[in-house]
Design a protein. Sequence first.
Length: 244
Amino acid sequence: MLDAARPVKAGVPLVQVDGLKMYFPIYSGILRRHTGDVKAVDGVSFTIEAGETLGLVGESGCGKSTVGRALLRLYEPTAGAVVIEGEDIAKLSPEALRKKRPTMQMVFQDPQASLNPRMTLADIISEPLVEHTDWKADRRLERVYELMDAVGLNRRFANRFPHEFSGGQRQRIGIARALALNPKFIVCDEPIAALDVSIQAQVVNLLEDLQEKLGLTYLFNSHELSMVRHIADRFAVMYLGRIA
């Protein structure tokens, strides 16, 4: 059975972002000197309460995805604090960060690019369990079946490969993988952008149902305002790396 996320202290936001900056250096000339920076994220601050969805909206290139990746330290932040469940992610050692990973996960924008084409569905969903638990194969497979049931995938598909699924089904696989370790916080990085309009609402409804059942907290990045209005409790608008 899927476990609900553990509660946090009342009155303390699960996620607190203060002055987050993410600069990418520019090198030019024969000597490749550092001549400037691309300020993808330039001093962003916000909080997300436990069980809440914050919608982060803005045009393509405004820095939404970079914020999401910096929050989980898939990118090393240039400056600022990212406190998740009382710990500043930006300051954790590699070993401490690895232990923190199960708490925070990501659903990526392109479900096809984010799934290994040489791995079966069962292998993809169980990969986090292999990395972060000492479970035996039978227990991992049982958990895979639980997750497939939770996201609406038939158990008979467990040994199929990503190319055998539709875009919506592939995104469900990505969601199941993100849920494998019972996270509290999930960054949804434009999870519906690569899907047909007819499938987008199904995926958003699934994310809402999972949030209600498991007590999840979301940062939902999107430029689809209608979908953000449907799923988000609050929203912030980004423009040129800042919250406008």
